[in-house]
Design a binder for this molecule. Structure first.
Ligand code: ADP
Ligand code: MG
Length: 685
């Protein structure tokens, strides 16, 4: 039997089951074999009937000596079956199994039968009971040996197929393919043992050690396949024809002299790394990670200046129009005095005019824009460097599109949201990484506090003292949809309220539906200190830099994600004043408390990201689909980080030795990569 064979050819699978499997996207024998258990249960038979409660479920076998059906509360029913331990000479308490309102159970169980049950024993009055145990009437012993008296696989819950049916199908399949080799491409020095043994043991392990070893084998092969795809992308860009885009640095020096501050050591370090990449003839593919406020923009400008000094154009791409406009404003302020020519291109502007670049723009040294830059018909005449801000909102496919031209431009990707370090090697595994791990010195401390809504009075008087001390204030609202009229109305109503609360300090309202020009004016008045408080939606999240605004109140804080709260908080603590971030909530749930406590505990974005990951669990944190990687079937990016490191090293060493996979012994990996790419594309669409 070939593992690529369709399950339709397995004539022992009844048709309705086949359809149900198909609905789970299980098409081939391989799909079925790699439908891995979510967990396992120890269902080895317990040596004796329990006398006490236990939180660990146990497996018992006994004879039914009595059944009864009782009614309670009118129409509700309890069915009870009393089990007696079948061993002679043992005098143990009988076990009462109970099912509530499960009509069908009563039809299946009768006095005199032998029964296997699995569940948690509980003391109810004087009786030892098991409520809703998994059970089976023993008729043939093989069936029992699949579901009980062993370490039993529990599959991901699915519609249309029960656990037991699934288990039986896979059990039978494993028997049918008993001698098929199940080849693997993972190198022998990476994984132990044979894949066929690992597959068998992950479903029906002999013991826990065998289960763990099988899992390690399978996770390593899965990670290896993924890292081969990543390494191939990395290798592809490193062998693509590039060129050096690095001027001598006089322009950069001039810029640094105009800055009102000294660069941090971390900024200098990453600029050195980028400079080396720009100078090299291979294309740069570098990720710049740094916490909000760590000064990534200055680093990006440094790269841009080096590139344009050597005679090339640079593109600076932001995920949103607001961000693009903000970068444009910042860069113009700094670069036009140096004689750098700049142009702004955003999707909105393009729609208005239906024109390609405005006349003269072709000659710009720096073109700032949104993703729309990708789809422009106008080609850059001379593109040497692309800076992409906030990569997490930007798919790999889009990035590939940019860099497909030849000679390839250098690419610098910046993330606004730090991600856990162990994730970087996967999600951004095809990039070299620079990290700004130091904040500018002049930053005041930020104190973060969570407050219940009921303490608003206290909070208000604190805000008033801050205003009296001369500070300015942000009040943030979680509007779900910026375009929603109702939400805007709600914000407007809140605004009136704040007007009264903060009187005589002047406040203004800011949200996404205010026209751009007016927005600018509102921001300008706030920057100049003419208004003291901004009542705002999350439009404030990006691009606002007012050092005197040292207080932020976030309403309904529970509605935001941790990363976004951290990003919002990054708007304060920008001046020398001590800053305060107050997270207001009426949500008393444990989840919210745990989430918000993270922000009280730390203001380090990397730590926030780690904690976010801990709290959210191994879910699809960053949208692996967007990262262009196939979904994982067994590995866990968080708990298996060490295995990922090993798989990565193995994949990298293959490409280090043979960047184009030309050696005969490496041909087999090509298929692996193509296959992964196939799965990737189906993910993206
Ligand atoms: P982010 O990394 O979040 O994009 P920015 O680049 O917007 O941060 O920088 C935040 C603020 O810090 C800006 O006002 C910037 O001018 C300022 N800044 C950058 N580097 C330094 C530095 N070394 N010392 C002081 N201020 C700095
Ligand atoms: Mg930024």
């Amino acid at each position: 039997m070939e593992t690529s064979q369709s399950i339709a050819e397995l004539d022992w699978i009844p048709r309705p089951r086949l359809l149900a499997l198909r609905r789970l996207e299980i098409e081939t024998v391989e799909d079925l074999l790699t439908h891995f258990p979510r967990r396992h249960e120890d269902r080895h038979e317990f040596p004796e009937f329990p006398r006490e409660e236990s939180d660990i479920p146990i497996c018992l076998c006994g004879e039914v000596i009595k059944t009864s059906l009782r009614r309670f509360g009118g129409w509700k029913k309890i069915f009870e079956a009393t089990l007696q331990e079948a061993k002679p000479n043992v005098l143990s308490e009988p076990l009462v199994c109970r099912w509530f309102n499960l009509h069908y159970v009563q039809k299946m169980i009768a006095t005199g039968q032998r029964l296997v049950v699995f569940g948690k024993p509980r003391l109810r009055g004087k009786r030892i009971c098991m409520d809703h145990p998994e059970f089976e009437v023993i008729e043939n012993d093989e069936e029992i040996s699949i579901h009980f008296r062993r370490i039993t696989p529990i599959y991901p819950a699915t519609e249309g197929i029960s656990q037991r049916v699934f288990r039986s199908i896979i059990y039978r399949l494993l028997n049918e393919i008993s001698d098929a080799p199940l080849p693997t491409l993972a190198p022998g020095d990476l994984v132990d043992g044979k894949r066929s043994d690992a597959i068998r043991a992950i479903h029906f392990p002999e013991n826990w050690i065998a289960r763990d070893a099988a899992r390690e084998h399978l996770v390593l092969s899965e990670f290896f396949a993924m890292q081969m795809l990543i390494a191939s992308r990395r290798s592809e860009s490193s062998i693509r024809i590039g060129e050096s885009h690095c001027g001598p640095g006089a322009l950069l020096d001039k810029f640094l002299k105009t800055l009102p501050f000294e660069l941090t050591g971390a900024q200098l370090k990453v600029i050195t790394e980028i400079r080396r990449d720009l100078a090299a003839s291979q294309a740069m593919n570098r990720l710049l990670q740094g916490d909000v406020g760590s000064g990534k923009t200055v680093v990006a400008i440094a790269a841009i200046l080096l590139a344009i000094e050597s005679g090339f154009q640079a593109a600076f791409m932001a995920p949103t129009q607001i961000l693009a406009e903000q970068h444009y404003t910042v860069l113009r302020r700094w670069l036009e005095p140096l004689g750098v020519r700049m142009a702004l291109r955003t999707a909105a502007r393009q729609e208005e005019s239906f024109l390609p670049l405005v006349a003269g723009d072709e000659n710009a040294d720096v073109i700032i824009g949104t993703h729309a830059l990708l789809y422009e018909k106008v080609s850059f005449s001379n593109l040497g460097l692309v800076v992409i801000d906030e990569q997490h909102k930007f798919g790999v496919a889009q990035r590939a599109r940019l860099t497909a031209r030849e000679p390839a431009p250098d690419v610098l990707v910046m993330t606004a949201t730090p991600i856990p370090r162990t994730l970087t090697m996967t999600v951004y595994g095809d990039l070299d990484v620079s990290i700004i791990d130091e904040m500018p010195l002049n930053r005041g401390k930020i104190v973060t506090a969570v407050r219940d809504d009921s303490r608003l009075g206290e909070v208000l008087s604190f805000l008033r003292t801050q205003l009296e001390a001369g500070r300015q204030l942000y009040v943030i609202y979680p509007l779900i949809d910026e375009s929603d009229k109702l939400d805007v109305k709600a914000a407007a109503a809140e605004y009136e309220l704040w007007w009264e609360r903060l009187h005589p300090s002047r406040c203004e309202l800011l949200h996404g539906r205010i026209p751009a020009a007016e927005k600018q004016e509102i921001m300008e008045r706030f920057r100049r200190g003419q208004s003291k408080a901004l009542i705002s939606t999350t439009v404030i999240e990006v691009g606002v830099d007012v050092p005197n605004a040292a207080v932020m109140l976030i309403e309904n804080a529970e509605r935001f994600g941790l990363a976004q709260l951290h990003q919002l908080r990054g708007r304060i603590g920008r001046g020398e004043h001590k800053s305060y971030c107050i997270l207001l909530t009426s949500d008393k749930s444990k989840e919210t408390a745990a989430k918000l406590a993270v922000l009280e505990r730390t203001s380090n974005g990397f730590e926030v990201a780690e904690a976010d990951w801990d709290l959210r669990g191994p879910g699809d944190l960053l949208g692996t689909a967007q990262s262009g990687l196939p979904a994982l079937k067994i590995g866990n990016l968080k708990t298996d980080a060490d295995l990922m490191r090993r798989a990565r090293a193995a994949a990298m060493s293959i490409f280090d030795a043979d960047p184009r996979l030309e050696l005969p012994e490496n041909q087999r990996f090509r298929r692996l990569i193509v296959e992964q790419q196939g799965r990737t594309f189906s993910n993206v669409s």
